[in-house]
Design a binder for this molecule. Structure first.
Ligand code: ATP
Ligand code: MG
Length: 265
């Protein structure tokens, strides 16, 4: 990724001993992504909302998130045509990890932006190619089609991508689009640190964790399940997963953290 001198020097200023070092380094990745034309201004703000929830969750992958990751892995292994939607934040935060996940589960990548811009799309495609992506969907205007239920450019998807998919992974997605994907009959898996967001509440499987931690965990879990689990067992994992219950567990995790921090438990 091309990196501006100012953001490079800033990340080297963060001492490893800083209590928020990890979070600050992730933030710098996003700022560098913004400077490189990958991330929209709104994407910076979305990260801020995510960070606040990450703080409340304890900045680690909890038990509920691990269960959601397992269900997501099972769902992806049973999918006929899985697609992973890539936006600017994902391209800036974890391009290599998302490509490795796609390879592991035999999914295709589609660049799909909320704040559409051809320039930003090109920058995202470039970073994905630099990180080893071969086939990238969502970039050929001849293959563009519309998903009903959302307005304007935000409904444009690739005919051979999200439009044709049975299972769609939409990390850091907007609520309206998640709902449109569900209405179009897709099974939706999302990564979203806010268990209260519309996306979290609408998706079939919500992984309430930071993408910077959870994408690798999902790949590892998919590899593990693929090696030793038959289709019936995979289906059982999915059937036993309840997204509403899982979201409640995440909310309780936040509540317990707050209770502990308030010194009242
Ligand atoms: P919704 O439209 O679903 O109600 P929203 O409008 O509150 O959500 P958006 O900006 O549409 O928020 O979506 C971004 C979502 O991504 C937010 O819920 C935010 O918490 C989450 N998010 C941001 N950064 C990360 C990250 N690094 N890992 C996981 N989730 C993140
Ligand atoms: Mg939104």
């Amino acid at each position: 990724m091309s990196t501006s001198a100012s953001s490079k020097s800033k990340s080297s200023l963060i001492p490893k001993s800083h209590p928020r070092a990890k979070s600050l380094l992730v933030r710098e990745k996003l700022v560098q992504g913004f400077d490189a034309g990958l991330v929209a201004k709104e994407g910076l703000l979305a990260q801020g909302r995510g960070e606040a929830f990450d703080y409340l969750l304890g900045e680690k992958t909890g038990k509920a998130a691990r269960n959601a990751i397992k269900a997501a892995a099972a769902q992806l292994l049973l999918a006929d045509y899985p697609i992973i939607s890539v936006n600017g934040n994902i391209a800036a935060l974890c391009p290599r990890q998302i490509i490795r996940l796609a390879k592991q589960i035999n999914a295709k990548l589609e660049v799909n932006l909320f704040y559409t811009s051809e320039k930003r799309k090109k920058a995202i495609v470039k970073i994905l190619r630099e990180n080893g992506a071969k086939e990238i969907l969502g970039i050929d205007p001849k293959k563009a089609t519309k998903l009903s239920g959302i307005d304007s450019a935000r409904r444009i998807v690739d005919k051979n991508g999200i439009y044709a998919a049975d299972v769609v992974v939409v990390p850091l997605e907007d609520g309206d689009r998640t709902s449109a994907l569900r209405k179009a009959g897709k099974t939706v898996i999302t990564f979203d640190l806010n268990p209260l967001s519309r996306t979290s509440q609408t998706a079939n499987i919500t992984i309430v964790d930071n993408v910077t931690r959870a994408v690798d965990l999902l790949r590892e879990q998919s590899k593990k399940l693929a090696a030793k689990t038959n289709q019936k067992t995979l289906q059982k994992i999915i059937d036993e997963f309840n997204n509403k219950k899982n979201l409640s567990e995440n909310i309780i995790q936040i509540k317990n953290n707050l209770t502990r921090r308030a010194g009242i438990a």
